[in-house]
Write a protein that binds this ligand. Structure first.
Ligand SMILES: N[C@@H](CCC(=O)N[C@@H](CS)C(=O)NCC(=O)O)C(=O)O
Length: 207
């Protein structure tokens, strides 16, 4: 049985659970990370030396890095669907997965962690302001792209929508920050909300 280690309020775990649900792959999930612990135990560090969640264990094979796990699952169970058969479309999907990791997640995480997991007296207000600007700039780039097509890699939903979709949803839900209108991103998020897998694994209260 395929096992995912990770807590459901982690955006990186959400990507993997969303992908598994899209692909209808049987699996079990074991709570890990933050107060659940496990991710700093020696056996876990032997499988993921970063001590982070998610971690996938698929028989004798294990894998860390959420976007890589999404790629692995899509290639194993979703070629012709979540993993496009066309090399060009697949590359476009992967480009947005890389962009999520290289550009979007850092400022979104800094602001989210500050506002949801840091006591008010300990918050770095300058860092929140600076990273809000940076996240909004990235979201405006995404908005301009999604104004031209319904999903990040073209006309159909692909694995490329998963990391960006989970992160963009989080940004749209963070309370107490200024955001541009992001009409195209919101329309795309509405399309994602029609997917049961997105509703079950990503549309959860932020904590
Ligand atoms: N780039 C990694 C980042 C993993 C990561 O930072 N995970 C966070 C949760 S979103 C984590 O493990 N935090 C520590 C913890 O939960 O104990 C990935 O995408 O898998």
């Amino acid at each position: 049985m395929l096992t995912i280690y990770g807590r459901t309020n982690s955006v990186n775990v959400q990507k993997v659970l969303w992908c598994l649900a899209e692909l209808d792959v049987p699996h079990e999930r074991v709570e890990a990370g933050l107060h659940f612990g496990k991710n700093h135990e020696p056996w876990y560090l032997a499988l993921n030396p970063n001590g982070r969640v998610p971690l996938l264990v698929d028989g004798p094979f294990s894998l860390w890095e959420s976007n890589t796990i999404v790629r692995y699952l899509a290639a194993k169970h979703g070629v012709g669907g979540v993993c496009p058969r066309s090399l060009e479309t697949r590359a476009l999907a992967e480009r947005w997965m890389d962009w999520q990791l290289s550009t979007l997640i850092r400022p979104v995480s800094i602001v989210f962690q500050a506002l949801y997991r840091t006591p008010p007296a300990e918050r770095d207000l300058a860092a929140i302001a600076r990273n809000t600007v940076e996240a909004n700039r990235a979201m405006e780039l995404l908005d301009a792209h999604l104004a031209t097509q319904p999903f990040v890699a073209g006309d159909a939903f692909t694995m490329g929508d998963i990391p960006v979709g989970a992160t963009a949803h989080r940004w749209l839900e963070v309370a107490g920050i200024e955001r541009p209108e992001l009409m195209a991103v919101r329309a795309w998020r509405d399309r994602l909300t029609q997917r049961p897998a997105f509703r079950s694994h990503v549309m959860l209260p932020l904590s």
